[in-house]
Design a protein around this ligand. Structure first.
Ligand code: HAM
Length: 417
């Protein structure tokens, strides 16, 4: 039976074929994400993968809503698999923000679902690191969030030669639009056109802009000038003070497709321009108010980083480690009469925190050793009965082939633990 298009099976390494997705690589990414979020003082949260459809239809904007996996459940509720985490988070904050000191700094690693055309870097399911801050309007928060984004990529071995954060401003674009078109209801249509400007044919863009009373050259000129707003300047200065200046540049091609953004926005891209966006985010100061029907008003900002493009980039830059089984020790059972003692030893080693494997059923000694090599274990341990009938343990370092003969109670010490 085939899996659904755009969905993934994750295998442990070594992978069954070159296109298979690696559960080890996924864990490697998740570990770096969690560890970086921890270093920045962010706390982990989670929410339900299935939500009322309405949560997304109102808040996310047309593009994402057109990509919803939605259906009517057995209780006649219109529901959708979450295509993004932000509306869920805004709801959680709106209901419970009083219980938390501000600024609230939270992260999550949700799996998200979008019914979009499958293409390079875009699937129907992906994981995201989401980091968001609530209750701080100062641009110091924007800089802090962007630093976290940069460091989560650096934690995976990428450098300023591999990626860049393109900084922009919805405010700047909003002012641009307001000076040229009085119909505020058209602003989101305009943002959508700008969002696609790098991917769309210029004639199509020009036509769409003309319909809004705006000239393509005017837009192009604004992008080329790239004049940073005062807000963006403070963000850049803040990042430069941390020594992270080389990771960011102003780029008004970025505007973000989602409807709720309000201020500073940004996207992370690989520097060679080979892949789609690695991450994207920005300010969304009105969303909590919208979701709480005006009851709670908190400034907010955040970003989402997907695992799909990121893994492509890590592979292409050769910065993924070699993944092994993680087994430290293989216990060899060559004398089946010593299996009960070997089980006792295995248990003892596992209780001491070592990863231990052994053959569940009788197997030839050389096959057991070969398996230890395949698992890339560092040591084997084998019990043997000495001439006097006493049980001895032989602890072998697989790499150096050095063998120590010790009492079974001294195995942990002989392993250097
Ligand atoms: P987004 O730009 O829609 O933002 O997604 C963020 C990242 O998720 C993208 O840059 C991309 O790497 C990845 N991504 C998106 N769709 C797919 C897909 N179909 N397949 C693979 N990867 C994908 C958001 O989702 C916002 N909610 C982020 C945010 C959080 N803004 C504020 N807080």
């Amino acid at each position: 039976m085939e899996r659904l298009p755009g969905f993934r099976d994750f295998y442990p390494e070594p992978l069954p074929h070159a296109e298979a997705w690696s559960a080890d690589a996924r864990n490697h990414i998740f570990r770096a994400w969690r560890e970086t979020a921890r270093r920045y003082g962010f706390r982990e949260y989670d929410g339900p993968p299935l939500e009322p459809l309405e949560l997304f239809t109102l808040k996310s904007g047309e593009e994402i809503v057109g990509q919803l996996f939605n259906f009517v459940d057995k209780g006649e509720r219109a529901v959708a698999l979450r295509p993004e985490m932000t509306p869920t988070l805004a709801r959680m904050i709106a209901t419970s923000e009083r219980a938390y000191k501000k600024p609230i700094k939270w992260f999550a690693l949700p799996q998200l679902f979008r019914y979009e055309k499958q293409q390079k870097g875009r699937l129907r399911e992906h994981f995201q690191l989401n980091c968001d801050i609530f209750g701080e309007a100062d641009t110091a928060a924007d800089a802090e969030l962007i630093a976290l984004l940069i460091d989560s990529l650096r934690a995976l071995g990428l450098t300023h030669e591999d990626f860049v954060i393109r900084l922009s401003s919805r405010n700047a674009w909003q002012e641009f639009f307001a000076a040229r078109c009085q119909d505020e209801t058209k602003a989101y249509d305009f943002y959508q056109v700008v969002d696609k400007i790098e991917r769309e044919k210029p004639e199509v863009t020009a036509q769409k802009l003309t319909a809004l009373g705006i000239a393509l050259d005017d837009v192009k000129h604004f992008i080329a000038a790239g004049e940073p707003t005062a807000e963006l300047r403070t963000v850049i200065d803040n990042l430069a003070a941390r020594g992270l200046g080389a990771f960011v540049k102003i780029d008004y091609n970025v505007i973000r497709g989602l409807a709720y953004y309000t201020g500073v926005v940004f996207e992370a891209f690989d520097k060679k321009g080979e892949f789609r966006a690695i991450a994207g985010g920005g300010r969304y100061n009105n969303l909590v108010k919208l979701i709480s029907a005006g009851k709670v008003d908190l400034p907010a900002l955040g970003f989402g980083m997907g695992d799909v493009v990121l893994l492509e980039l890590l592979k292409s830059r050769g910065v993924l480690p070699k993944f092994t089984s993680g087994v430290d020790v293989v216990a060899l059972v060559e004398d089946e009469t010593l299996r009960p003692e070997t089980l006792g030893l295995v248990q003892q080693l596992r209780e001491a925190g070592l990863a231990v494997d052994y053959s569940l059923v009788p197997m030839k000694g050389d096959k057991q050793f070969k398996r230890a090599l395949e698992l890339a274990a560092t040591h084997t341990v084998r019990l043997e009965r000495g001439a006097d009938g006493a049980v001895l343990a032989k602890v072998k370092n697989i790499q150096t082939r050095e063998e120590k003969v010790v009492s079974p109670t001294d195995v942990i010490a002989a392993l250097g633990r």
